[in-house]
Design a binder for this molecule. Structure first.
Ligand SMILES: Nc1nc2c(ncn2[C@@H]2O[C@H](COP(=O)(O)OP(=O)(O)OP(=O)(O)O)[C@@H](O)[C@H]2O)c(=O)[nH]1
Ligand SMILES: [Mg+2]
Length: 454
């Protein structure tokens, strides 16, 4: 028995359409208590996925809205249970009243993610697919959405399932030989399977290698702007953001603390961090600021090291160069190209430098094109097969390590049962990925990230 849950599935703002949904054993009965189709037909008499036009009623039976209702019966529905959905006008107060009427008719408020949780528990989707639903809702770029859609379609799950199933066959063969010695089963030779296990490991490693890119796709590229004071870091942040986010003055040491701003460059989301100018200072506050600047550079995916091309290259610039070179990835920005006397510093010769004027905006496209090109998704990796989820990456990595252990042991002639224990560890890890084998507390944590109504 699944109790019947109800929730408003659309956002709590005034909009053209608002959706309320129901799922559970009594979903259609509840729908019939709050909805009267103009045809006179009940929803119980209405076929699946057919729209009915009619009146939505409150607890007292007075009309709240004129809307559309559709039902989808289990097991072929999103949750695998009987479901009903109302497409109403998008007034948040009216939708709340409709929800109250459904509670009065026997439904209860759905918890966050409860519809998708039921879909998972009823086998309508695996755990990796359910997590793709939330990624799709959270997507900040079209590329991120497409990748999540690919995962919802099972791009990653299918690979994990194929390996899981292959490993099941290997283990089953071994156990059959041991358990049924009298049967004529082909003898088990571990060496025959070593190549297969190695192939599985390599498939998993390839999948895992996409996680670097996937993390950036999902979380955005952490991009720290560093440089000595007054080179135009905050001006660059403002130029990228398109508005005056940070204070800009001609006083060296204007920015004291890090300032973060999310900026979308088409398919790439940058989390830009403007920092305090790096210099030797006795000022306590500024000193702390400089320490934060260096920390930001350390933790960044990309460092934009800014220099003032209109002024001499100094020892402070030298320090910035060193910090940039220590970072994961860097681009050198030589600013103030609008000023007479601008020149490319000899110290940057042969380096990846972009010429810019943060005042006029000249060179901005060159910079953003470079960043977009570097962090663009696609190319070699099929969309949908980019791992974006830390939990998935961890499970895949554990499975690959176990398989590596199994292959090495098989090659060294270790007894099959020891090899297969490692293969079973890999199965356990893959089972956690798709949710075949998963602890309930982990499932709870995953679905609690969903919004109510999904
Ligand atoms: N001519 C010219 N002036 C610029 C340009 N970019 C910034 N400036 C000027 O340089 C000065 C310092 O700019 P900021 O953006 O505050 O520099 P900053 O690197 O953030 O400085 P701190 O916060 O002190 O570390 C301001 O007077 C800006 O107007 C540029 O491209 N051309
Ligand atoms: Mg500044």
């Amino acid at each position: 028995m699944a109790d019947t849950i109800a929730a408003i599935a659309t956002g709590g703002v005034i909009s053209a359409i608002g959706i309320v949904r129901l799922s559970g054993d009594r979903a259609i009965e509840v729908a019939d208590r709050v909805f009267r189709a103009f045809t006179g037909r009940t929803m119980a008499q209405t076929p699946d996925r057919k729209l009915a036009y009619g009146e939505l009623l409150d607890e007292d039976g007075s009309v709240l809205d004129i809307c559309l209702c559709t039902v989808s019966r289990g097991p072929g529905s999103y949750t695998g249970e009987d479901t009903a959905e109302f497409q109403c006008h998008g007034s948040p107060v009216m939708l709340a009243a409709a929800l109250r009427a459904m509670f009065a008719a026997g439904a209860r408020q759905a918890l966050a993610g409860e519809f998708s949780r039921r879909a998972f528990l009823n086998g309508r989707m695996d755990l990796a697919q359910a997590e793709a639903v939330i990624d799709l809702i959270d997507a900040e770029t079209v590329a991120a959405a497409k990748n999540a859609a690919g995962q919802l379609n099972g791009a990653v799950s299918k690979k994990a399932d194929a390996i899981y199933s292959g490993l099941t066959d290997v283990c089953a063969h071994f156990h059959a030989v041991i358990d049924y010695p009298d049967e004529e089963i082909e003898p088990f030779e571990m060496a025959r399977y070593a190549g297969q296990l190695a192939d599985y490991e390599s498939t998993l490693r390839q999948l895992l290698a996409t996680y670097d890119r996937g993390r950036l796709l999902k979380e955005g590229v952490r991009c720290a702007i560093i440089g000595k004071p007054n080179v135009g870091k905050s001006s660059l942040l403002n130029l990228l953001a398109g508005y005056d986010r940070a204070i800009v003055t001609d006083i060296a040491g204007t920015t004291r603390d890090t300032i973060e701003e999310k900026i979308s460059l088409g398919d790439v989301v940058l989390r830009v961090i403007d920092t305090a100018g790096i210099r030797q200072t006795e000022d306590t506050v500024e000193k702390l600021g400089v320490a934060r600047s260096l920390e930001a550079a350390d933790g960044a995916d990309l460092v934009l090291a800014v220099f003032d091309g209109a002024r001499a290259f100094t020892r402070e610039d030298e320090r910035v160069l060193v910090a940039a070179e220590k970072s994961a990835r860097r681009l050198y920005v030589v600013n103030k190209s609008d000023e007479a006397g601008w020149r490319m510093p000899a110290e940057l010769e042969g380096k990846d430098a972009v010429v810019l004027s943060a005042s006029t905006g000249d060179g901005l496209d060159g910079l953003t094109d470079r960043i977009r090109e570097d962090y663009r998704v696609g190319g070699q990796i099929p969309v949908g097969e980019i791992i974006t989820n830390a939990r998935h990456a961890e499970a895949i990595s554990r499975a690959a390590d176990s398989l590596h252990g199994a292959v090495t042991a098989a090659e060294e002639g270790v007894t099959p049962d020891a090899v297969l224990t490692m293969a079973e560890d890999a199965m356990q890890a893959l089972g956690e990925l798709t949710g075949v084998q998963i602890r309930e507390d982990i499932t709870n944590r995953i679905f609690s990230r969903f919004c109510v109504g999904k």
